[in-house]
Design a protein around this ligand. Structure first.
Ligand SMILES: [Cu+2]
Length: 131
């Protein structure tokens, strides 16, 4: 390997490392699919939060970084998962509305406490703790 080749390899490795770091910092969460999925398609390893009688159940879940939470709406009233500005991003984030038997999955990449609510029902509040 010539000196020039070695240098180029090293620079490529550094560039990839920098890119990886930047992406991790930018994305506290990853949304599996922007549109809700059928409840039956919830990822097998996901932590499930059911939505029933205008409540998230359980109202608090604790997971590890990289784990996925799947919300399943079990009732006819449409609900979503929304974060106020500053929780998962500088801007607020309103997830897609789930109809009955639809699900919505979010992978949490960073440790922290994530309060969320339902956009049309702001009294519906719950929390994901990542540690
Ligand atoms: Cu709701």
């Amino acid at each position: 390997m010539t000196f020039a080749t070695k240098t180029r390899t090293l620079l490529t490795a550094l560039a990839l490392t920098a890119l990886g770091t930047q992406m991790a910092l930018a994305d506290k969460i990853s949304i599996l699919t922007e549109a809700p999925a059928p409840a039956a398609e919830a990822p097998a390893e996901a932590v499930i939060v059911n939505i029933a009688k205008m409540k998230y159940e359980p109202a608090e879940v604790t997971i590890k970084p990289g784990q996925t939470v799947t919300w399943i709406n079990t009732e006819a009233m449409p609900h979503n998962v929304a974060f106020k500005a500053g929780v998962v991003d500088d801007a607020k984030m309103d997830g897609a509305m789930m109809k009955k038997e639809q699900s919505y999955s979010i992978t949490f990449n960073e440790a922290g406490s994530y309060d969320y609510h339902c956009t049309p029902h702001p009294f519906m509040k719950a929390k994901v703790i990542v540690e």
